[in-house]
Design a protein around this ligand. Structure first.
Ligand code: I3S
Length: 127
């Protein structure tokens, strides 16, 4: 029974392909550079990988080989209707002045990411 199998990694809340770009870093506006990457949501972090293979977690590489990461503690996530010409875009703002846009063509998929990231931030703030 597949439904009774444990998740691929107990730390992973959600994972999949997303388009993303930086909007601000350390409070400074950045030039957008949309790229599609494999994104993994953990309890306190969002990790960005070149592809799914780079996300393989092992004992010696507990987070695989991420290209970049984002600390979710104290972060805020919301829909971003006026920051892109694309639909289904959300903005993640961190305490360190980093602001990212996240996008997926499918509304349901981006809604699931929004719900999962919101819940994760709430849990991280309570911990
Ligand atoms: O909000 P912007 O700055 O108009 O964003 C668009 C530009 O970054 C554009 O690149 P240039 O730097 O060559 O102008 C990108 O190709 C677009 O994707 C950006 O807009 P969207 O609406 O896709 O977020």
């Amino acid at each position: 029974d597949v439904s009774s199998l444990p998740p691929p990694h107990p730390m992973i809340e959600r994972q999949g392909r997303l388009y993303w770009t930086k909007l601000m870093e350390a409070g400074k506006k950045q030039r957008k550079n949309w790229i599609q990457q494999w994104v993994v949501l953990l309890a306190n972090n969002l990790l960005f990988y070149k592809d799914q293979k780079q996300a393989t977690m092992t004992r010696s590489l507990p987070h695989g080989r991420p290209d970049s990461s984002c600390d979710l503690r104290g972060a805020v996530i919301s829909w971003a209707k006026d920051k892109s010409s694309k639909k289904n875009v959300m903005e993640l703002q961190t305490l360190r002045g980093l602001s990212l846009l996240l996008h997926h063509d499918d509304l349901k998929t981006i809604q699931k990411w929004l719900t999962a990231i919101k819940a994760t931030i709430q849990k991280a703030n309570l911990a």
